[in-house]
Design a protein around this ligand. Structure first.
Ligand code: 2X7
Ligand code: FE2
Length: 299
């Protein structure tokens, strides 16, 4: 049986959304906050889990690798992940199963695309908060194995365009590996949109009277991006992304969105925006591309 990408999701990872949800794995306690985004995640989760995925594949900007694109290569990773900027919000005990076969297949297909790929086999390797947050908010039970892809830092080291080009190759490699695996996969692009944020945290981090976007131009850029997604204009979106990265300091620079849209072969059907909201002023949207329903899961 041919494997399928059943959905692609823009799945941002502010650790605040985990903190606000008070899961038992996270040490700090909160009074809530950022409800619209968390409700959007709930809607996305219902939709995506109903499609019975075999695997979640996440690409995270906070596992940045200088040489090549890395995958996790052991069946299980356990430990404590702490956000280096927000250690008072995110101290998460994780115990996560990895789909090693698919991870290795993506690394191999990446090499066939001319990319450098590497496999992380250090059992003490600490998973980053970005991957954990996107995976927790998509599937809090953690009962579906994941594949974790690092973000190669070519966009920062060379240019936005070189970075995008690399991520497009990684997307094609991912799609081929999934097709050969026979599995039903959901792709999680772990990225915020605009990324201008505040510099002083309120005394109560979840005090929503302090939460808002900090620059009107950033909001306008975010809305333009979401409009293109909702209208199925993903090729145009890809063309505009390098400018968006510079003008809105957008986190998509790290490549997750480009990787995912490439794996979906740049969809021309509309995506569904489940939520948009700010976290410390950054723009975040939960967006679903129902790939199987719109294309049969083929590229
Ligand atoms: O990593 C992040 C992020 N991307 C957005 C908002 C807040 C914190 O961390
Ligand atoms: Fe981030």
């Amino acid at each position: 049986m041919t494997g399928k990408i059943i959905a692609g999701v823009l799945a941002p990872h502010p650790p605040h959304l985990v903190y606000a949800s008070n899961p038992p794995q996270n040490e700090p306690r909160s009074e809530g906050g950022w409800d619209m985004l968390r409700w959007g995640y709930e809607r996305m989760r219902k939709s995506v889990l109903a499609k019975k995925p075999d695997v979640l594949i996440v690409h995270s900007p906070h596992w940045m690798t200088v040489v090549g694109h890395h995958v996790l290569g052991l069946p299980k990773f356990q430990g404590l992940s702490v956000d280096p900027i927000f250690p008072h919000l995110f101290r998460f005990q994780y115990d996560i199963n990895i789909d090693v076969d698919l991870s290795l297949a993506i690394a191999e297909e990446g090499r066939a695309e001319g990319l450098i790929t590497k496999v992380m086999k250090n059992p003490d390797f600490r998973l980053d908060y970005g991957a954990i947050t996107s995976c927790y908010l998509t599937n809090p039970a953690f009962d579906i194995p994941i594949v974790c892809l690092s973000s190669n830092n070519s966009p920062y080291y060379f240019s936005n365009e070189v970075g995008q080009h690399q991520m497009e190759k990684l997307g094609r490699a991912t799609a081929r590996a999934i097709a050969k695996s026979g599995k039903r996969a959901v792709l999680l692009a772990s990225n915020s949109l605009s990324h201008r944020h505040f510099t002083n945290e309120p005394e109560i981090p979840e005090d929503m009277s302090h939460e808002h976007i900090y620059h009107h131009g950033q909001y306008l850029w975010d809305m333009e991006m979401l409009k293109m997604m909702r209208e199925g204009r993903s090729r145009e979106l890809i063309d505009v992304l390098p400018e968006f990265m510079d003008m809105a300091l957008a986190e998509v620079k790290a490549g997750a969105l480009t990787w995912m849209l490439s794996a979906l072969d740049f969809p021309s059907y509309p995506a569904e925006v489940h939520a948009y909201g700010s976290v410390i002023g950054t723009g975040n949207a939960v967006v679903e591309w129902a790939h199987e329903a719109n294309s049969g899961g083929a590229r």
